[in-house]
Ligand binder design. Structure first.
Ligand SMILES: Cc1cc2nc3c(=O)[nH]c(=O)nc-3n(C[C@H](O)[C@H](O)[C@H](O)COP(=O)(O)OP(=O)(O)OC[C@H]3O[C@@H](n4cnc5c(N)ncnc54)[C@H](O)[C@@H]3O)c2cc1C
Length: 556
C-alpha cells in the first residue's frame, strides 16, 4: 500500500459524486458510446447497493442504474431496525433469526456509527397474547440463536419495568423483558453501502429507469435506459417491490407479495419513551414499535396486502388512528392525538411469495430471500430485510461469479470479502474527538468521514450552523450531499440524506429555497429550475405525508 493510500485510509474522504460525475456517467452511457460492464445492478436500494459493493470488491466492473434516487423505495421507509426479528420466532423461522442476528453483529463491527445497539422493552399487559412466561421463553431462544454472545435479556417485574420506562401504563402491566437489538438510519445505511461500492470502482446513475433488458446471442445482456444503453455480462435485478415480469420476464411473474407498512412521527416531548418499546397488537401475531429518535419518537408499523405503484403508497387517516390506538393501550400517558403527528411515511415490503399461500395474509409470510433466474445472464433477488442485505448480496454475487466463470471464462474473481470490510474506511473517532459537539453530531451519520466534513467547516465556519433548531443536521451536510452523495433533486437532500421531511415540524420548508438554489447552482442551472425543484419537492412531500410544506417562495 502506498503511503498516500495509507493516509487516505486513516483519514478518508467520501468519494466525489456530484454534478460533474453524474453528467460524465450519463454521457458515457449514450447508445453510441458502447458502454460495457461485467455487471449491471438494477435498483439502488439496500439490496442493489449491497450487490454492487460485494461485486466491486471481488473485482467486477459494476454499474448501478436506479430509476429514482438512492434508497427511494422501501430502503428509506422501513422501521429502521437492524434486528433478528423476535416476532419470527413464533413462526419458527429460526434460520432467518440466526442469520439476521449474525448480520446484526457484523454490522456492529463494520458500521458502528450507523448500527447502534439499544435495549428494547417488550411489556406484557393483561389480555395480551404473549404473557410474561412466553416472552421469557422466546427471548431465551433469541439469546441462544445469538449463541449467548453479548448481554442476554432480563425479565422485569412490573414495577422495575415502569422504573426503566415510566411512560408504560400501570394498569394491567404484568411484566416485561428487556433485550438488545439495534437501530439505524435506513437511507443513510444504503447510501454508505453504495458509497463504498463507488470507492471500489463501481459507477452509479440515478434517475435512470431501466426500460428493457434483453439477452443477446453473444452471451451479453443489453440494458436500455432513456437516452442510454449498456451491455453487461450479467445483470442483477434488485428492484425491491418493483421486481416483476417487466424486468425479469416470465421468471418475474408472481414472485412477490407486496405488503404496506406505515409510521407516524411525533415530538419526543409528546411521547418521551426512553428506549424502544415493543407493543403487542390485540388479536394479531404482529408487533409495533415506539422508537425514540433524538427530539422525535416514531411509531409503527402496520402490515397489509398492497397493490399499485410502491412509490405512491400513502398513509391514510385510518392507518394513523390504528397505530395511535394500539400504542395508546401501552403508553396511556403519551400525547397520542392525530394533531400531535409531525410527519409520516409509508413503505412496501417486497416479500417472497411461496406457491399456494394466501398472499393477502402478509403478516405470516417469511422475510427470507430468494434468487430468481431470468434470461441467460439475468438474475433477480427478492425478499429479505435491511438487516440481511449483506448475506443477500453475497448469495446472488456467488451465482453471478459462477455464471461468469462458466459462460465467460472469468477465473480471476475473488471470494466475498464483505464480512470483514468496514463500510467507511478509517479510524473511528476517538473519545476526545467525540467531545467536540460538531464532530459528535457529524460522526453519527458520517463515521470517520466526519473529520473531512469538519475540515470543510473550518474553511466556512457558518456551515456548522444547524438546519433546524432542535435537530442535529448541519449546513455542511448539505454541501456534502451535493458534492459527495449523488443528489440530483431537492427531495433527495431533504428526505433521504437528511430526513427533515420526517423530523422537522415545517417539513424542511424554511431551508428548502436556499438549498434548492445551491443544488441548482452546482449543476449550472437557471432560476426557473429552482422554482421547479421547489414545486416537485412540495408535491413529493405531500404525496408521502399528506402534509404541505409551508414554502416561502419569495425567500428563494
Ligand atoms: C414498513 C416496513 C418496515 C420495515 N422494517 C424493517 C426493519 O426494521 N428492519 C429490516 O431489516 N427490514 C425492514 N423492512 C424491510 C426492508 O426495508 C426491505 O426488505 C428492504 O429495504 C428492501 O430493499 P430493496 O433494495 O430490495 O428494495 P428497495 O429499497 O425498494 O429498492 C429497489 C429500488 O429499485 C428501483 N427500481 C425499481 N424499478 C427500477 C427500474 N426499472 N430501473 C431502475 N431502478 C428501478 C427503485 O426505485 C428502488 O430504489 C421493512 C419494510 C417495510 C415496508
Amino acid at each position: 500500500m502506498s503511503s498516500a493510500q495509507a493516509a487516505l485510509d486513516a483519514d478518508p474522504t467520501p468519494p466525489s459524486w456530484g454534478a460533474e460525475e453524474i453528467a460524465a456517467c450519463r454521457a458515457a452511457l449514450r447508445p453510441e458510446a458502447g458502454a460495457e460492464f461485467d455487471l449491471v445492478v438494477i435498483g439502488a436500494g439496500i439490496t442493489g447497493a449491497g450487490v454492487a459493493r460485494d461485486a466491486a470488491a471481488r473485482g467486477l466492473r459494476v454499474l448501478v442504474l436506479e430509476a429514482q434516487d438512492v434508497a427511494y423505495g422501501t430502503s428509506s421507509r422501513s422501521s429502521r431496525l437492524i434486528h433478528g426479528g423476535v416476532r419470527y420466532l413464533e413462526q419458527a423461522e429460526f434460520g432467518l433469526v440466526f442469520e439476521a442476528l449474525r448480520e446484526r453483529d457484523r454490522l456492529y463491527a463494520l458500521a458502528p456509527h450507523l448500527v447502534r445497539p439499544a435495549r428494547f422493552i417488550f411489556p406484557s399487559f393483561r389480555g395480551d397474547r404473549l404473557g410474561p412466561l412466553r416472552l421469557r421463553l422466546g427471548l431465551t431462544l433469541y439469546d441462544a440463536l445469538r449463541l449467548f454472545r453479548g448481554k442476554g435479556h432480563r425479565y422485569l417485574p412490573p414495577r422495575k419495568a415502569r422504573t426503566l420506562e415510566p411512560l408504560l401504563g400501570e394498569e394491567g402491566l404484568r411484566g416485561a423483558v428487556w433485550y438488545e437489538d439495534a437501530v439505524t438510519d435506513d437511507a443513510r445505511l444504503t447510501l454508505t453501502v453504495l458509497q463504498d461500492a463507488l470507492r471500489l470502482g463501481a459507477k452509479a446513475l440515478t434517475y435512470a429507469p431501466v426500460s428493457q433488458i434483453s439477452a443477446e446471442a453473444d452471451g451479453r445482456v443489453r440494458v436500455e435506459i432513456e437516452g442510454g444503453r449498456v451491455h453487461a455480462r450479467a445483470v442483477v435485478v434488485a428492484a425491491g417491490p418493483w421486481t416483476g415480469p417487466k424486468l425479469l420476464g416470465q421468471a418475474g411473474r408472481g414472485v412477490l407479495s407486496l405488503s404496506k407498512g406505515i409510521h407516524v412521527v411525533l415530538k419526543a416531548s409528546d411521547c418521551p419513551v426512553r428506549a424502544p418499546v415493543v407493543v403487542q397488537t390485540p388479536g394479531q401475531r404482529r408487533i409495533l414499535f415506539a422508537v425514540p429518535w433524538g427530539s422525535r419518537t416514531y411509531l409503527g408499523t402496520t402490515d397489509s396486502a398492497y397493490e399499485g405503484d410502491p412509490g405512491q403508497s400513502q398513509v391514510t387517516e385510518a392507518e394513523e388512528d390504528e397505530v395511535l390506538d394500539i400504542v395508546r393501550r401501552v403508553l396511556p400517558h403519551a400525547r397520542l392525538g392525530r394533531d400531535a403527528i409531525i410527519s409520516t411515511w409509508s413503505g412496501v415490503r417486497p416479500l417472497v411469495r411461496p406457491p399456494g399461500v394466501d398472499a393477502d395474509d402478509t403478516v405470516e409470510l417469511a422475510r427470507t430471500h430468494r434468487i430468481v433466474e431470468g434470461e441467460r445472464g439475468v438474475f433477480g433477488i427478492v425478499g429479505g430485510k435491511l438487516t440481511t442485505y449483506r448475506q443477500m448480496a453475497e448469495d446472488v454475487v456467488d451465482v453471478v461469479v459462477a455464471h461468469l466463470k462458466r459462460e465467460h471464462g472469468r477465473t480471476d474473481l475473488g471470494p466475498c470479502t464483505t464480512q470483514r470490510r468496514p463500510l467507511v474506511p478509517g479510524r473511528p473517532l476517538s473519545a476526545e474527538e467525540l467531545g467536540d459537539p460538531l464532530l459528535a453530531d457529524l460522526a453519527d451519520r458520517h463515521g470517520p468521514y466526519a473529520r473531512t466534513l469538519a475540515r470543510m467547516v473550518a474553511e466556512n465556519p457558518q456551515s456548522a450552523e444547524p438546519l433546524a433548531p432542535d435537530l442535529p443536521y448541519r449546513w455542511i451536510e448539505v454541501q456534502s450531499a451535493i458534492e459527495h452523495e449523488g443528489c440530483v433533486h431537492l427531495i433527495d437532500i431533504l428526505r433521504r440524506r437528511l430526513p427533515l421531511v420526517l423530523t422537522d415540524v415545517a417539513l424542511g420548508a424554511h431551508v428548502a429555497p436556499q438549498i434548492a438554489q445551491r443544488l441548482v447552482a452546482a449543476r449550472g442551472g437557471s432560476a426557473s429550475e429552482v422554482a421547479h425543484e421547489l414545486d416537485q419537492y412540495a408535491e413529493a412531500v405531500y404525496g408521502e405525508t399528506r402534509r404541505r410544506p409551508p414554502l416561502q417562495r419569495q425567500a428563494g
